[in-house]
Design a protein around this ligand. Structure first.
Ligand code: NAP
Length: 252
């Protein structure tokens, strides 16, 4: 029987690449995003048509407690079961500001989605996995910003450093339930999120930021997610997979 994956922030960018790849591997997909129900339903109809899987759209904000609760209940009921959670939804600060100027509003927005939303959605799905007693997989899309300091978006870096600890905490807690937990740490990926800083990263990549001299693409991340939810790294949990063209290697 086909398995079901819930992917957050799957309306565009990396998340859209992930649902496309999983659907191509015959996963049923629950697509969570903030875009309109019409747009989400159209995306799901296209996935179902192309790959012959079940694809359903859920307009839900992962920073809202009631949305998270409804999301997990609805997905489990609509598909009959949930086998994998991919915590991909994330936001950058609306305005890049030096940490001496950063506002509490921006801190709350970024941390509320990236850290709090990811933690409490993992908690809700973790409870579901524990009750169902059929294993499961959680993949967190973190960031190289978990370890690389960017003083113009400190709230993002702090939130992703926190996501790294969410991965460890859930790996430890969920091991007895047969649930593996991983973090994929993308480098610089071409998506709407990074389109506003394209010129900056074009230059850095040309100057050698990445060992592999190109931008990453959503499918680079999607392939790594597919490998993990498939269970190819089954005797491994709580681990970080860097997908950034080698940019994580410190060099002199
Ligand atoms: P993106 O292009 O901005 O797409 C993110 C998607 O998530 C959007 O559709 C967005 O909806 C949705 N979303 C935002 N807040 C949400 C919420 N509260 N609840 C549900 N959905 C929400 O970003 P991306 O580049 O694909 O990034 C995906 C993930 O990868 C993020 O966690 C990001 O931090 C991480 N990442 C990206 C890069 C990169 O270079 N692109 C590098 C490292 C890590 P709206 O459009 O309505 O906001």
């Amino acid at each position: 029987m086909a398995k079901t994956a819930l992917v957050t922030g799957a309306g565009r960018g990396i998340g859209a690449g992930i649902v496309e790849k999983l659907a191509s591997e015959k996963w049923n997909v629950a697509v969570c995003d903030l875009k309109s129900v019409e747009e989400g339903n159209a995306q799901c109809a296209e996935l179902a048509r192309k790959y012959g899987v079940e694809a359903r759209y859920y307009r839900a904000d992962i920073s809202s407690a009631s949305d998270r609760e409804n999301l997990v209940k609805s997905v489990a009921a609509d598909f009959g079961a949930l086998d994998a959670l991919v915590n991909n939804a994330g936001v950058a600060p609306k305005v890049r500001a030096d940490i001496l100027e950063m506002t509490e509003e921006s801190f709350d927005f970024v941390v509320g989605v990236n850290l709090k939303g990811t933690f409490f959605l993992s908690q809700a799905v973790g409870r579901y996995f524990a009750e169902r007693k059929a294993g499961g997989v959680i993949v967190n899309i973190g960031s190289c910003s978990a370890t690389v300091a960017s003083i113009s978006r400190g709230e993002y870096c702090m939130s992703k450093a926190g996501v790294a600890m969410i991965t460890k905490l859930f790996a430890v807690r969920m091991a007895e339930c047969g649930v593996n937990v991983y973090e994929i740490r993308p480098g610089v990926i071409s998506t709407p999120m990074t389109s506003v800083v394209k010129a900056k990263y074009d230059k850095l990549i040309a100057e050698g930021l990445t060992l592999q001299p190109r931008w990453g693409y959503p499918e680079d991340i999607a392939k790594a997610v597919a490998m993990l939810v498939r269970g190819d790294l089954g005797y491994s949990t709580g681990q970080v997979i860097n997908v950034g063209g080698g940019m994580d290697i410190a060099r002199l």
